[in-house]
Design a protein around this ligand. Structure first.
Ligand code: PMV
Length: 327
């Protein structure tokens, strides 16, 4: 084995403040609307890719176990895209592990495909720009485009593959927000986001959500750059509610909320009225991401841990970019 054909990379998941839901082009994963997120520090996927000439198929080891099912096919399809676009030869062994649970609304696919893209291209001896890496990661999972750059990240819609990429709008230290995640279910979600993106357009509300997205993004971006929590909280909760309204009114409908989810959302609003700088946002799952300022994070963590239905609380600050790890 040629050691220069192996590389390891780490990437953080991200939580979207302005959501990506639905594609303008499913094949290229060109999104219906622009989105904005923050990377989650402390949570990561670490992936090692080794390109080999002696294999006749790609091989995946996921969290220590060999996988030949759907996850392996999706990884292999992404490697096909990289092989085709970058002229990489051979098949690969891929070892990937997360330090957080998969399929529960903490976006494991974003971190996975960002780490896979960086490791696979590095292992092939390529040094790509952040923009190129972001466009390529997007082909594996849309939100993975946002896990390549660091800190607070905006994903531009774009009309072509090359134009649809994400970039930082502020570095992690610009504003010390914290995501305090209330885990209400550790079960793997029944309907994944890939399927959800395809049904989004069946909701009568999707067109209205998409039309307003650029305006909400501008409001959210300005609030981050001004460190204005009140404006930030309002637009983030509104955007999350809009996405879930689309999900619930799609055909067939998608209900990700559990009773505990709604109770936490109400509690978070009450805490904000009582003076804490905290708001909620939810991805395609029942767990509630409570975004707050650093000074209030411990109080929010304790408050969430005391609520019935909360199985676990995870705390993540703002994370940096996807990075290579020496191996
Ligand atoms: O990248 P995907 O296909 O897993 O889509 C992510 C969709 C949401 O997490 C629900 C929203 C977002 O913008 O991250």
């Amino acid at each position: 084995m040629n050691p220069s054909r192996s590389a390891t990379a780490r990437a953080h998941p991200n939580i979207a403040f302005i959501k990506y839901w639905g594609n303008a082009d499913d094949h290229l994963r060109l999104p219906a609307n622009p989105s904005l997120s923050m990377n989650l520090d402390g949570l990561y996927t670490e992936t090692t890719v080794t390109w080999r000439d002696d294999l006749d198929t790609d091989q995946l080891t996921l969290n220590g176990q060999s996988d030949t099912g759907a996850a392996c096919r999706r990884v292999s399809a992404h490697l096909d895209a990289l092989r085709e676009r970058l002229g990489i030869r051979g098949f690969a062994t891929v070892q990937s592990a997360n330090n957080f649970p998969m399929g529960t609304g903490i976006a494991s696919s974003a971190a996975s495909f960002a780490a896979l893209t960086l490791a696979a291209t590095s292992a092939a001896g390529l040094t790509l720009s952040e923009r190129e890496l972001s466009t390529l990661a997007r082909l594996g999972s849309g939100s993975a485009a946002r896990s390549i750059p660091g800190g607070y990240v905006e994903w531009h819609v774009g009309q072509t593959h090359e134009e649809s990429f994400a970039e930082s709008i502020a570095q992690p230290e610009y504003w010390a927000l914290v995501d305090v995640i209330a885990v209400v279910s550790g079960q793997h979600k029944k309907v994944g986001s890939q399927e959800g993106h395809r049904t989004a357009a069946t909701s009568d509300l999707q067109a209205a959500r998409v039309t307003g997205a650029a305006g909400r993004l501008a409001t959210c971006k300005a609030a981050i750059l001004e460190r204005n929590f009140a404006t930030f909280a309002e637009v983030v909760e509104h955007d999350s509610n809009l996405m879930h309204a689309v999900m619930m009114t799609s055909r067939p409908p998608l209900f990700y909320w559990l009773p505990a989810t709604l109770a936490i959302m109400e509690q978070v609003r009450q805490w904000r009225q009582d003076g804490l700088s905290v708001c909620y946002t939810l991805d395609a799952g029942p767990n509630v991401h409570c975004i707050c300022v650093k000074q209030d994070a411990e109080q929010v963590r304790q408050g969430l841990a005391a609520l019935s239905g909360v199985q676990e609380v995870r705390v993540a600050g703002v994370g940096g970019p996807a990075q290579r790890v020496n191996n």
